[in-house]
Design a protein around this ligand. Structure first.
Ligand SMILES: Nc1ncnc2c1ncn2[C@@H]1O[C@H](COP(=O)(O)OP(=O)(O)OP(=O)(O)O)[C@@H](O)[C@H]1O
Ligand SMILES: [Mg+2]
Length: 260
């Protein structure tokens, strides 16, 4: 099992409650080694909660996670997470941010290699403050890659970037994933991004997986291809369907309030 580059993830009967709020409802999910899974869904549906539990940041209320068949306990050692906020330390240089916490002996060499992968080798000695938003996210990506994760988890990593930088970052993530063969788990609100990158697109609503679609388009994908457009529309429709549900739900609630 250890020889595989990408981790196999099995989520079984995962339930998470905060007080009386049941955020994940006995959720089951199997992710194959090296698979690129993209999760979409309405705000508050439980996407980040699922990510945090698989990353080992939080404990489930019930059910559990198997990594390559082994129950996950505590922090997930083979996973790395990248968030929308790059979370760089302003008082450390770019290369120091990437090499943070690595072995004293070869941290710089490893960090420089990771920076090269994301196209920022020449910015190694800069302070984070002088980088653009897209460059900061590249540093955050390098910091995740430097540990050679077998599972890379991304929680809306490109959400704050302009459209062009975003597309560049999508290409970069895809290229590195193809080269490194880790398992990828990406949360996004951008349907095009989901169709661009996913082997599979999951819709999570109200703590449950309500859609699980395979994307068999060859890579690199083109936004203008008819199949791409058709699939993006289908996913968007499902997403909007759920949102329509929310609006109807709100209308019901307003009616109830009016009666009271
Ligand atoms: N630490 C916490 N304590 C209490 N409630 C929480 C906590 N973390 C999340 N929740 C609740 O769990 C629900 C799901 O949150 P989560 O962050 O997983 O949603 P999400 O699908 O990632 O949404 P978004 O798209 O807005 O990021 C929300 O109702 C949220 O308020
Ligand atoms: Mg979230």
């Amino acid at each position: 099992m250890e020889s595989q580059l990408g981790a196999e993830v099995k989520v079984m009967g995962l339930t998470k409650t905060y007080g009386s709020n049941q955020v994940l409802q006995s959720l089951d999910l199997e992710i194959a080694p090296g698979e690129f899974v993209v999760v979409v869904g309405r705000s508050g549906g439980g996407k980040s909660t699922l990510l945090r539990i698989v990353a080992g940041f939080e404990r489930p209320t019930d059910g559990g996670v198997l990594m390559d068949g082994e129950p996950l306990k505590g922090r997930n050692r083979c996973a790395r997470v990248m968030f929308q906020n790059p979370r760089l330390l302003p008082w450390e240089t770019v290369v120091e941010n990437v090499g943070l916490g690595l072995n004293k002996k070869d941290w710089r060499q490893k960090a420089e290699k990771a920076l090269k992968q994301v196209g920022l080798a020449q910015r190694a000695l800069d302070w984070p403050a002088v980088l653009s938003g897209g460059q900061k996210q590249r540093v955050a990506l390098a910091r995740a890659l430097v540990r050679e994760p077998r599972l890379l988890m991304l929680d809306e990593p490109l959400g704050a970037l302009d459209a062009l930088t975003r597309i560049e970052m999508q290409r970069l993530i895809e290229t590195i994933w193809q080269e490194k063969k880790f398992t990828a788990f990406l949360i996004t609100h951008d349907v095009d991004e989901a169709v661009m990158l996913g082997d599979r697109i999951l819709l999570i609503d109200n703590g449950r997986i309500t859609m699980d679609t395979r994307v068999s388009l060859p890579r690199p994908r083109k936004r203008k291809d008819q199949e791409f457009v058709t699939l993006a529309e289908k996913v968007l429709e499902r997403l909007m369907g759920d949102e329509a549900g929310l609006i109807n739900g709100e209308e019901e609630a307003i009616k109830e309030l009016a009666k009271a």
